[in-house]
Ligand binder design. Sequence first.
Ligand SMILES: Cc1ncc(C[n+]2csc(CCOP(=O)(O)OP(=O)(O)O)c2C)c(N)n1
Length: 679
Amino acid sequence: MAHRGRLNVLANTVGKSYGEIFHEFEGNLDPAVIEGTGDVKYHLGASGKHTARSGREIAVSVASNPSHLEAVNPVVEGIVRAKQDLLTAGTAADEHGSAPVLPLLIHGDAAFAGQGVVAETLNLSQLAGYRTGGTVHLIVNNQVGFTTAPDYSRSSTYASDVAKMIQAPIWHVNGDDPEACVRVARLAFEFRQTYGKDVVIDMWCYRRWGHNETDEPAFTQPIMYARIKDRPSVRKLYTEALVNRGDLSLEDAEKVLETFRGRLQRAFDEVKGDSETPEVERQHPARLDQDPPVETAVDTGTLRTLAERLAEVPEGFNVHPKLTRWLAGRAEALETDKPAIDWAMGEALAFASLLSQGRTIRLTGQDTRRGTFSQRHAALVDQRTGAQYVPLAELGPGRFMVEDSLLSEFAAMGFEYGYSVGDPDALVLWEAQFGDFVNGAQIIVDQFLVAAEDKWMQRSGLVLLLPHGYEGQGPEHSSSRVERFLQLAAHDNIQVAVPSTPAQYFHLLRRQALRGVRKPLVVATPKSLLRLPAARSGGEELAAGRFAEVLADPEGPEPGKARRVLLCSGKVAYDLHRHRQETGTDDVAIVRLEQLYPFPAAGLKAELDRYGDAEPVWVQEEPENMGAWRFVHLSAERRLGLRLRGITRDEGAAPATGSPTIHDQQQRHLVEQAFKARK
Ligand SMILES: Cc1ncc(C[n+]2csc(CCOP(=O)(O)OP(=O)(O)O)c2C)c(N)n1
């Protein structure tokens, strides 16, 4: 829910005591959140128990949310789906009416009509991979958004009209009539329970005061506020109705009011002047460097068995002819002496091994089952019947879920973020079609992914897979904007990695699933490397070692002979290797920074020390004002006292050129510059 009405919900639905609420208003900090930045009290989540009149207890959680109205909607749906999957092993949410966790979203009228994520989240509601058995939406419609009247804030007749897109029933109800509201709430709930679909209650009310304590609403809505001033409150109107109906005597009504005021006053008096903070167990944002290393290697025998099983299809299943060969290649990938594990196979083996260790995996994104680059084929489709077969889903005990998402980034990533919060033990991955499109989910990144632990102690191990690389595909298919994640990195809030081999990706995914600490992981994933023969790994690389944050140069010059060390990440390393080989250069080393954040200062220093006085140079494909350059430059100086020279594309307003010819020229120039002797 949004900020308005939150204290009411905390007190009356979640069961937070008035004393605790007053305590927070007195300015006492809750020690549970003082380690991070914390947040204003209207944003903090809470959990409690609501006791129904029947005596039945219902666990209630209010999700932490940022100011960004409606952004929490997909997050809540993801949390709910994860909890439902945990409770029912993924079955109940698919059966109408039996989903055991109820998502309830409380909206403002202006936000419901105006924020696109509302439509995106409604669009999730009936998709198999996302449904939660129906959400109850409650619009607290106070007929104004801050100072803006409905005529200026929507083109639709009703604030709720966007919900018509999913044929949801919508009840418009008078907020001044509490009994009508209760009746409609019951109907809405019954509908949700019966049909497993979303419902909307549009409760028409008014806002008695301004937008906040100091606001003067009559500046902009004088006529409305003159009427509101003369209108008795809901409580008064309802009391009158009850008294007139003979359901309540005037004396009893006054007694109830007095008793309630007395309760509030006592709670307030007890808290007033009380500067002592209650004893609450302290939590700290987790540190990555204190997380013990985990074993990510998998023995060859197990890998072989997994590879064979990944290549199996059921009897009589008609695989596409092009995939028959591909499947056979998978079965053989561990049987040859040559490196034969490509990117998709490295990923599949990481997943398969985790599933066999009992881990739950959920992978979603646009066209993710096949893979944007036709590389994954996580779901095989029978060419005669259209039936689907997911080899990884057969590799339990862990549960494997893979879904093509709706064409959304905001709600789609928000949902997965929520899922990762709702089931912290699952490996949850969201994949962008191309890394560039991740900015459609920037609010989820800024407000949840990088900041939620600091603000709310809310932890997530969500993995973002962001295809990245300069391959002449134009300004919008080149960059996952790694610079933005690096700018947002602080206090070990995220991990940013650019693995350059299938084995590195394998170990990275396994590290993420198996390590003790939950932190989001942003991975710049490759495109052309998916098929580049030089970018394959051998089985022995999966059967030993772990993710190398800094990858040494296996073919580098003798330590004393290097005149330069090229530092880089990702695809450009292969371009540099090729150039070095083609030119017979023997005095330049190529060292890959496979993890950018947390910055692997010690590992980098160890590598550089091997090459003595050689000149360290950072090389990247991105323009000078993008990519990791400024981050690496600053980190190397601060952490190692090292001054790096940077070789980059010229600064750019857009990430890349639209011309393949210019791209080729730029790329050639970049690689040549990296090797060129300095005058
Ligand atoms: C995404 C976003 N944009 C702008 C704001 C600033 N803002 C805070 S409240 C508000 C008005 C909201 O109106 P409505 O949805 O009707 O809810 P109400 O405050 O009236 O309950 C605005 C614009 C915000 N919090 N989030």
